[in-house]
Design a binder for this molecule. Sequence first.
Ligand code: CMC
Length: 439
Amino acid sequence: MSVAESYIGKPTSTDASLVVAGERHELPVRKGSLGPDVIDITTLYAETGHFTYDPSFTSTASCESKITFIDGEKGVLLYRGYPIDQLAERGTFMETCYLLLYGELPTKEQYETFCNLITRHTMVHEQMTRFYTGFRRDAHPMAVMVGVVGALSAFYHDSIDIKDPAQREMASIRMIAKMPTIAAMAYKYSIGQPFIYPRNELDYSSNFLHMCFAVPCEEYKVDPILARAMRRIFILHADHEQNASTSTVRLAGSSGANPFACISAGIACLWGPAHGGANEAALQMLQEIGTVDRIPEYIKRAKDKNDSFRLMGFGHRVYKNYDPRARIMQKTCHEVLEAVGHEDDPILQVAMELERIALNDDYFVEKKLYPNIDFYSGITLKALGFPTDMFTVLFAIARTVGWIAQWKEMIEDPSQRIGRPRQLYTGPTERSYIAIGDR
Ligand code: CMC
């Protein structure tokens, strides 16, 4: 280990100091392997009697992690150190899963064992099919996902003891393996078609497309271009460090809740339009714009302070540069539209022209608003044949491995304690109860 490496995660000599009520307090600064240093305030309350206030965590690192790194200024995303474009272009989703879970890319032998393990767990307990029939046909598939994934803990009692590493491992494998089956069943149920069982000879992405689009009465051949697009979409969405749903999974897991319940909580959080639902909104916006000549009108609205309209699929809390996932998504979008014969789709023309205009407009340039992953993913998913309410479900399938890797990292940390944020209380001060007749 080099001297520089030995400092990683540890307090360094370059301490910060904070003056509270005239008294100076030294605070250690911790160095990461990449990214900004963090000021360690864990002793702040004990030493000063003060909390810090950072309601949407814009300046707070909630944990230490070795999984994913984002440099929002430079537009960099690394899974365990590997750039996202290399993984999406050259790797498989199973390799990405292995990498996120265990920290290294698998050898050929490890890869085969892992793929085999996942493939052998894709079926769900047959009794779960009856669980589906309890839902209304018009239920949103995310509502079904939250319910069914949470219910896995009622079916797989042998993998809910989080203190047992073998059970943690089994729960992880089961969720990665079963998530596409559960999602495809939610889709099939919503359109009134029979469930299609998984097929062991197909890879993860092809198997998912098969379970969604095959019907028992005829042969269905998965188009390899569409399967490649699906694989890329899964890789691009697999993890994104401490985003809202991942933080939800970690917080739920910090209480010792079982992994199926924690992932179900993550799915619930992902459902929100500010998180997983943005690609649907971006597609709706492109459809509403409709033709290239209407773009200036929408650009004008996006810049108008008195108009709440925003260019959906533009801007990001962390990326202040082109979202590295958006580049790959744009390329994948072209490939899919060509494969399905929609390369002249007016929506794609609108998207490309909108992107060109916005990237050259002072308002967007100054505010560092670039296309994010959702700008092209909605068009791509539509061309793949998915209805809009399945978009977030696909995101959930992909993100499951990231949620699990982060959950495992937390559980396996010996210093882990229940997460418990504090607050700035601004409600009434203490007052006495008054009987109802006297109020
Ligand atoms: N169109 C027009 N103006 C925008 C946009 C946009 N899409 N995004 C931000 N701005 C402006 C905003 O009005 C503000 O201007 P001002 O400083 O004059 O008040 C400035 O840029 C900063 O915006 P903010 O809302 O303070 O930035 P944020 O970091 O809180 O928001 C965001 C990030 C993603 C919520 C926002 O950019 C947005 O609403 N984008 C559209 C929705 C979208 O595409 N969401 C998907 C994000 S990627 C999902 C993922 O990674 O999981």
